[in-house]
Ligand binder design. Structure first.
Ligand code: ZN
Length: 427
C-alpha cells in the first residue's frame, strides 16, 4: 500500500494553472512540419527542453533531421531495475482551411473550460501533462526505485522518424515500460491496430477516348483490384471477426488515381493508374499472409483482364497488343501491439486512474499506430496509450481539449509513475 499522505504529497505538486499555461505555450508554437512555410517542431521542442532544464532535469536535444529535434528528459529517482518512459510528440498536423476555424489554430483560446487550437488535443495538452507530472514526482522527494525518461519526439504524424531515432540512439534500451501520451479520453488503451500500406500500379496504354481500341485502358484492372480488396476485407471479417478492443479489420483503398500523374481528361484513355491501400489489422491476422494475398490479387487481376481483352478481340476479329502490367509495392508495415493486462505498467495505470477518477477504468484499443508501436515492436516494451481529449477530435478544425480532463490526466500520469517506481511490494 502506498500511504495516502504520499499520494497527496505528489498530487499537491500538480498546479492546474501550470498544466494549462504550458499547454497554451506549446500550442502557440506552430509545429506543423512544413519546410516551405518555415515551420517545424524546433520551437516547441526548445520550449519543452528549457522548461525541463529549469526544473533540474537532465536534458539532451538530438537532431533527427534539420530543424527536427528530439528532446530526451531524464531523472533517476533511485537505484532500481525499472525505467518508465513518457512519450509525447511535438509535431501537429496542418490546420487545413483556416476559414473552417472559429478560433486561431495557434491562439490557444480558452472558452467554457475548453482550450481550442491545433495540438490542444493531439497531443500538446498531454505533453504538458506528462512534463508537469514528471516534475511533480521529482520535487515530491519520495524514495523511488528506478528512473523516468521523457521522450519529447518529432515526426509522429509523418513517418515516425523521431521514435526510430530515439530507439536507434539507445535511449530505449533501459526502458521497461512506456506511457504513450495521446488523446484517448481517459481510456486505458492496451492494444493498437497494425497496418500494411501498399501501392498498386497499373500500366496500360494511353489513347484517344474516341479510339479506345488503339490503347489499353487501366480502368478494368483498377475495378478488379478495388473489388478484390472488398473481398479480402469480407474474408478477414469472416475469419478473425471483431476484436474486443480494436473492432473490425479493414482493407481500404484510399487513393484511386488515373492517370497516376498529370491532369485527367475526359477524352483521354489513361495509360497509368495507381491505387493506395491502407490495411488495418487486428492481432489475429498475419501480415505475411496479407502481403501474399495482395500479391496474389495482382496475378489474378492480370489474368482476368487479359482474358477479357482476348475474348473482346476475338468477338471483334481484331488482334491488339495487350501487355497489361500490374505491380504492388509495400510502403509500410506496422505490427499490432498488445500489452498484457497483468503487466505491472497496466496495474499502475489502472491503480492511478482509479485513485483519480474514483471509477473502474475502461480498457480500449487504438485504431491507428503511434510512436508506441515502434517501442513495442522493436524493443519489446509494454505500452499503455492514455491521455486527455475526445478521440474523434484529432486533426479536425476547432480541435479542443477539456481542461479539467487535462489536469486529471497530469494527476493520473504522476500516480502511474509513483506506483510503477514505488519500492517494495505494494500491490
Ligand atoms: Zn498524436
Amino acid at each position: 500500500m502506498i500511504p495516502k499522505v504520499t499520494i497527496q504529497h505528489v498530487l499537491d505538486r500538480i498546479d492546474p494553472e501550470k498544466v494549462v499555461d504550458l499547454t497554451a505555450r506549446l500550442v502557440r508554437c506552430n509545429s506543423v512540419w512544413d519546410p516551405q512555410a518555415g515551420t517545424s517542431e524546433a520551437e516547441a521542442a526548445e520550449l519543452a527542453a528549457r522548461w525541463a532544464r529549469d526544473r533540474g532535469f537532465d536534458v539532451t536535444v538530438e537532431t533527427v533531421a534539420p530543424d527536427r529535434p528530439n528532446v530526451i528528459i531524464r531523472w533517476t529517482a533511485g537505484p532500481g531495475p525499472r525505467t518508465l518512459m513518457f512519450e509525447g510528440h511535438t509535431d501537429v498536423v496542418t490546420p487545413g482551411n483556416l476559414s473552417q476555424w472559429r478560433y486561431d489554430p495557434f491562439g490557444a483560446h480558452i472558452e467554457k473550460g475548453r482550450m481550442f487550437g491545433r495540438g490542444t488535443n493531439d497531443t500538446k495538452g498531454n505533453l504538458a501533462a506528462m512534463l508537469v507530472a514528471m516534475a511533480a514526482l521529482k520535487t515530491a522527494d519520495i524514495p523511488l526505485a528506478g528512473a523516468i525518461v521523457g521522450g519529447v519526439l518529432c515526426d509522429e504524424e509523418g513517418m515516425m522518424t523521431g521514435v526510430q531515432h530515439f530507439i536507434a540512439s539507445g535511449h530505449a534500451d533501459a526502458v521497461t515500460a512506456a506511457v504513450v501520451c495521446e488523446p484517448q479520453d481517459g481510456l486505458i488503451c492496451i492494444a493498437q491496430k497494425g497496418a500494411v500500406r501498399a501501392r498498386f500500379a497499373v500500366r496500360g496504354r494511353m489513347s484517344h477516348g474516341a479510339m479506345p481500341l488503339s490503347g489499353l485502358n487501366t480502368a478494368p484492372a483498377v475495378a478488379r483490384i478495388i473489388d478484390g480488396l472488398a473481398r479480402l476485407e469480407a474474408e478477414a471479417i469472416h475469419t478473425v471477426g471483431k476484436d474486443p478492443l480494436l473492432g473490425w479489420p479493414s482493407f481500404t483503398p484510399t487513393v484511386v488515381q488515373a492517370p497516376s500523374q498529370g491532369p485527367p481528361q475526359l477524352n483521354v484513355v489513361p495509360g497509368e493508374a495507381e491505387i493506395l491501400v491502407d490495411v488495418r489489422t487486428t492481432p489475429d491476422q498475419n501480415h505475411d499472409a496479407i502481403r501474399k494475398a495482395l500479391s496474389d490479387l495482382v496475378q489474378h487481376t492480370v489474368r482476368e483482364v487479359n482474358q477479357c481483352y482476348r475474348e473482346a478481340d476475338r468477338r471483334m476479329g481484331i488482334r491488339r497488343p495487350w501487355e497489361l502490367d500490374v505491380t504492388v509495392r509495400f510502403l509500410s508495415d506496422r505490427p499490432c501491439t498488445h500489452t498484457d493486462r497483468e503487466d505491472p505498467l497496466v496495474a499502475s495505470a489502472v491503480w492511478a486512474s482509479r485513485q483519480i477518477s474514483g471509477r473502474e477504468p475502461e480498457f480500449a484499443g487504438v485504431p491507428g499506430a503511434t510512436d508506441g508501436t515502434f517501442l513495442w515492436a522493436l524493443k519489446d516494451i509494454p505500452i499503455v496509450t492514455m491521455g486527455a481529449g475526445d478521440r474523434q477530435v484529432p486533426h479536425q478544425a476547432d480541435e479542443w481539449v477539456d481542461l479539467d480532463q487535462l489536469v486529471e490526466t497530469a494527476r493520473i500520469y504522476a500516480l502511474t509513475a509513483l506506483h510503477y517506481l514505488y519500492p517494495g511490494d505494494h500491490r
